[in-house]
Every structure is written in C-alpha cells, then in structure tokens.
Design a protein around this ligand. Structure first.
Ligand code: SAM
Length: 216
C-alpha cells in the first residue's frame, strides 16, 4: 500500500509538471530495484542463509499434498521448492532476486533434480489461474497476494503458508508488525477452504504460524 501511495503521489505531482510518464516509471522501478538489490546482496555469497533443508512443517507433511505442479512464491535460495522437486513435484519458483534463484538451481542440481524459476516482483505479478496443485509461500508476507494464491490453485489443490506471527515481536521488537501474522489470521484468510493443518509455534526464540488448507 505504501508503494501504491508513493506511486499515486508521484503520479499526481508529475501530472502537474507535465512529466507523467518519466516520473511514473522512475518511481515504479525504484521500489522494485531497492528490494531486488537488497536481496541480491544478502544472497551473493555461497552460504545458504536460510539453509538447504526445507521448513519442518513442509517436510513433515509433504505426503498430505496432492502431487503435481507446485508454485513456490518468494522461493529465495530454494530450500522448500527444491525439496518438493526431490519428492516428485514439478516446481516453479518465483523471486525478485536472481542471485537467490541461481542458488536454488545449484541446490536442485546438487540434489539431482531440476526446477523452473522466474525472476519477478510479486507486488506487480499476475499469477496463472487454476494452474497449480500446491502453492507454497514461506516467510514472505504480502497480504494482497493471498487472493491470487487462491486463484492460482486448482480445485482440490492445497496451499502451504508459514511465516512469523505477532508473538515473534517479543523476540525481535524491531520486526515490522505489518509483516507478522495476527492471531488466527491464516484461519480467517482460508475460512472458505478445508483446513487440513494449522499450527502456532513459539519456542521462546521464534514464533510463527503455519497452515495447509485445501481449495474446495
Ligand atoms: C525471508 S526470504 C524467504 C525465502 C524462502 N521462501 C525461504 O523460506 O527460504 C524472503 C524472500 O522474498 C523475496 N522477495 C522480497 N520481496 C519480493 C518481491 N517484491 N517479489 C518477489 N520476491 C520478493 C526475497 O528475495 C527473498 O528471497
């Protein structure tokens, strides 16, 4: 929303000065490029900052998921998507960072598998509708992406979401509240789905919520 407000403001100002097109594209590219270079920098060395193993919630429950096409949103270095590929899923990963996705391809090769990837900004993407058996999103919070995630699933497909919740602010007070899930928020978002698993975790250092839900 902040990006949208910034763009709207830039657009109106530019309209007044008669420089609409230039200002719009400068503002748009600015927001995208900042995120992209920040994440590319984080990923630029050989260390896998989020590790090479999938999140336990995915690994422990992979057998529940319908086999087929899986979409890993904000795939990063690929720990989750590559795991799904080793389990027989046909995986597509999207991320803003090409450095992250290059590491994901290397991780896939090291595990004797392959993935498809796409460098794109999820804030301005149009996901293919009714195309996936599984849509996964781990540790990336963009609330206005949830409707698209739902649309991207086939009927009977399942969504897997895990990210920090507001309890995490006890341990990381500088973490932005807008990036944390509110209590029962995932249950509310997927209230029209069949809830297969829902878990709230807090080990005194980290706190996050996880869900697997099935599209009717
Ligand atoms: C905390 S990491 C999580 C990575 C991965 N899901 C995992 O669990 O290992 C967040 C990811 O979101 C990606 N990201 C941030 N903003 C993005 C955007 N606007 N569009 C696409 N990806 C984005 C970053 O490049 C980064 O890989």
């Amino acid at each position: 929303m902040n990006v949208f407000k910034t763009l709207t403001k830039s657009f109106l100002l530019a309209l007044l000065t008669g420089a609409v097109a230039t200002a719009f594209f400068t503002a748009s590219a600015g927001a995208h490029d900042k995120d992209k270079s920040r994440w590319n920098q984080k990923y630029e060395n050989e260390v896998y900052i989020f590790g090479k193993e999938p999140i336990p919630f995915l690994k422990n429950n992979v057998d529940i998921l319908p086999k087929g096409r899986a979409l890993d949103l904000a795939m990063g270095e690929g720990r989750n998507g590559v795991y799904l590929a080793t389990q027989g899923f046909e995986v597509v990963g999207i991320d803003i960072s090409e450095q992250g996705l290059q590491k994901a391809h290397r991780l896939a090769a090291a595990n004797g598998t392959t993935i498809e990837t796409r460098v794109a900004d999820l804030e301005s993407i149009q996901l293919e509708k009714g195309a996936y058996d599984v849509v996964l999103c781990a540790y990336y919070m963009q609330r206005d992406l949830f409707p698209q995630m739902k649309d991207a699933l086939k009927s009977g497909g399942m969504v897997v979401v895990e990210t920090y919740n507001t309890d995490y602010l006890k341990y990381q007070p500088s973490f932005r509240r807008q990036w944390a899930l509110e209590e029962n928020e995932l249950l509310e978002i997927f209230k029209d789905y069949k809830i297969i698993l829902y878990r709230v975790y807090d080990d005194g250092e980290e706190a996050y919520s996880s869900i697997i839900a099935q599209k009717p």
